[in-house]
Design a protein around this ligand. Structure first.
Ligand code: PGA
Length: 227
């Protein structure tokens, strides 16, 4: 069975120092992580990328690094933006189209499509966030995360029935993409989603910020991996 993909989206959280403290916990649990069949991706904010990558490499942690967005443009005169080519030696994954970016930063489908192209041009794997079965999906995206807005950060995840229906619809459109669910996934709520047919993993915000809580989500995914 393919590994379950567990993606941490730290959003605008954690200083350099806090990033180091977080990964120290992973170093302590390295033996447990090495046995894990869960694929772990941590997406810190840009200032923490370097420190995260250094610790992961120094301790050979079974963790991959992702970023939460990239510029829709190539490297060049785009003040404040980070081009895909600037982070491709550090990150393997990029989250694109998160609803917080659509809502707060005016990201349209046109911009999202450009970002997907920029990511693919440098070989980054895209985790495309969609808010429902009708949100457009793009060719060759590695992962598609269904994240209903009403479930994000509210403590009210979507129902397993809805998630099943939406993921089935997305699977029809993108049969090769790994499908994730995100929105108030925590150690209490995750179990109801583990056996959903088309689910390949989870995108986790709030519950990824504490390393022990996140590691308990890894343990929950392990029960699924042993089905
Ligand atoms: P949440 O966020 O787990 O805090 O609901 C998920 C996300 O926005 O990716």
């Amino acid at each position: 069975m393919e590994k379950t993909l567990l993606v941490a989206n730290w959003k605008s959280h954690k200083s350099y120092q806090q990033t180091q403290e977080y990964f120290r916990k992973f170093v302590e649990k390295k033996d447990q992580l090495a046995l894990s069949r869960t694929e772990i991706v941590i997406c810190p904010s840009f200032p923490s990328l370097e420190s995260a990558k250094t610790i992961v490499d120094a301790h050979a942690l079974p963790v991959q690094i992702g970023v939460q967005t990239i510029s829709q443009f190539e490297e060049g005169a785009y003040t404040g933006e980070v081009a895909a080519s600037q982070i491709q030696s550090v990150a393997r994954y990029v989250i694109i189209g998160h609803s917080e970016r659509r809502q707060n930063f005016g990201e349209t489908e046109e911009i999202i499509e450009q970002k997907v192209a920029q990511a693919h041009a440098v070989g980054l794997s895209v985790i495309l966030c969609v808010q429902g079965g009708e949100t457009p999906v793009y060719e060759n995206v590695a992962c598609i995360a269904y994240e209903p807005i009403s479930a994000i950060g509210t403590g009210n995840p979507d129902s397993p029935e809805n998630v099943t229906a939406v993921l089935s619809a997305i699977h029809e459109k993108a049969p090769n993409a790994r499908l994730l669910y995100g929105g108030s996934v925590d150690p209490e709520t995750i179990s109801q989603f583990l056996s959903i047919k088309h689910i390949h993993g989870f995108l986790v915000g709030g519950a990824s910020l504490d390393p022990d809580t996140f590691l308990s989500l890894v343990s929950a995914c392990e029960t699924r991996n042993s089905y």
